[in-house]
Write a protein that binds this ligand. Structure first.
Ligand SMILES: Cc1cc2nc3c(=O)[nH]c(=O)nc-3n(C[C@H](O)[C@H](O)[C@H](O)COP(=O)(O)OP(=O)(O)OC[C@H]3O[C@@H](n4cnc5c(N)ncnc54)[C@H](O)[C@@H]3O)c2cc1C
Length: 370
């Protein structure tokens, strides 16, 4: 595919935002150079470790209202984007929209009720969720243990096969002629310029999507540690993510391809990337076991640790200056907010008058100032 070299854009960071932007730009006829510090697959990105839940209702209770609004947008945008990827019908679907189920053990039901009260208070009069009883739960998820008597079905929520998505985006970027450079760290991003280890490269426009790797430009960026377990078993099937309410920790389990389940995730104010702690692995695995004893024979096939890139207010930022655009700070909402962020950045590049979610995302910060 031929591209106009005046429309050449360089992207630093080949995680979630970097890949989505590269793909969108290529589809609009731009040429793209995508630089990644690590490998493209498996990827060191937070996006690779993530659960891939699109959960605006669950997040509404613990986040700013704008996260909910942008999350609703994401549900439709992901449906569209996944349909636009060059995927054959035999391949497993990347996006699932069967909602998510919130349950609590009888002794913890007050946690569930509190969650429901908060949801009603924050989203008065809005649908998208309903209470379910024991019989409903058994019908929705027959493989859960039968003791759950109350729950909430967040009907509108969805989840992605995030690793399948990252691989598919990479394949589509290459198929569309994008040039991808792995193991090529970008040390600094300046207007029109990427500083690599041994050279500086100039471009009409550069986009900084390095997540936590952009700290040289954003000293206030911090990493928030998240730990995960992956288990594999053929004994259990789940149709949708299940959240377990508990007084001390809230955990979720997300079905993944190949009979795998991801259990996550801790949220710890630490930038420690060392392996999962014994306490976290005990909490995650015992919560899993209480969802169904059939998980007892599941094999632990992976443990994961990564850092969520976050600003102090845990809100994302898009900064647009001449020759440089930065998008960062997606925290625990990367998949939930990426559609809003990517559409906002695309609007800046295409000079669209009404960029979506400008008031939530755009931040004034002049990269040309020292
Ligand atoms: C355990 C866990 C669970 C999560 N679950 C969810 C979830 O269910 N739903 C949800 O919406 N979000 C979730 N998230 C959050 C989500 O993963 C992040 O918000 C998202 O990945 C941020 O996207 P990003 O592109 O900004 O950063 P990343 O995905 O981290 O990508 C940044 C990329 O830049 C590269 N890079 C870094 N430095 C450099 C450099 N100097 N030069 C070149 N490249 C560089 C990195 O290697 C990486 O590939 C979760 C995160 C974690 C850790």
């Amino acid at each position: 595919m031929s591209h106009d070299s005046n429309k050449l854009i360089a992207i630093a960071g080949g995680g979630l935002l970097g890949r989505l932007l590269a793909w969108q730009l290529l589809r609009k006829g731009f040429a793209v150079h995508l630089y990644e510090a690590g490998a493209f697959t498996p990827s060191p990105a937070a996006a690779f470790t993530a659960a891939g839940m699109i959960s605006p209702y669950s997040e509404a209770v613990v986040s700013d209202y704008s996260v909910y609004r942008m999350g609703l947008f994401a549900l439709d945008q992901w449906q569209q984007w996944v349909a636009d990827l060059q995927r054959s019908p035999e391949q497993p679907p990347l996006f699932h929209r069967q909602g998510s189920l919130v349950v609590a053990h009888p002794q913890d039901v007050s946690e569930l009720q509190q969650f429901q009260h908060e949801l009603r208070h924050i989203l008065p009069g809005e649908g998208g969720y309903r209470t379910v009883n024991g019989a409903d739960i058994r019908q929705l998820e027959p493989d859960l243990q039968p003791g759950f008597q109350q729950g909430l079905l967040l009907e509108n929520e969805g989840h992605l096969d995030n690793r399948g998505l990252l691989d598919q985006l990479f394949a589509d970027i290459q198929a569309l002629g994008g040039q991808c450079f792995e193991f090529t760290p970008v040390l600094h991003v300046k207007p029109h310029t990427l500083v690599l280890e041994h050279e500086e490269k100039n471009y009409p426009l550069v986009i900084d999507c390095r997540g936590l790797g952009a700290r040289s430009e954003w000293p206030e960026l911090r990493g928030v540690r998240g730990e995960t377990l992956h288990v594999q078993t053929r004994e259990i099937q789940l149709q949708r993510p299940v959240r377990l309410m508990h007084p001390r920790y809230q955990l979720y389990i997300v079905p993944k391809p190949n009979h795998r389940f991801m259990i996550g995730a801790t949220q710890i104010e630490s930038e420690d990337r060392t392996p999962i702690s014994l306490q976290s692995s005990l909490e995650l695995s015992s919560a899993l076991y209480t969802l169904s004893p059939a998980f007892a024979e599941a094999r632990i096939v992976e443990t994961g640790v990564n850092l969520r890139p976050a600003f102090m207010n845990n809100m994302p930022r898009v900064v647009v200056n001449d020759g440089i655009i930065t998008a960062n700070g997606l925290f625990r909402h990367g998949y939930l907010l990426a559609p809003a962020v990517v559409c906002n950045v695309m609007a800046a590049i295409l000079n669209t008058a009404d960029a979506p979610f400008n008031s939530y995302l755009r931040s004034a910060y002049d990269h040309t100032q020292p």
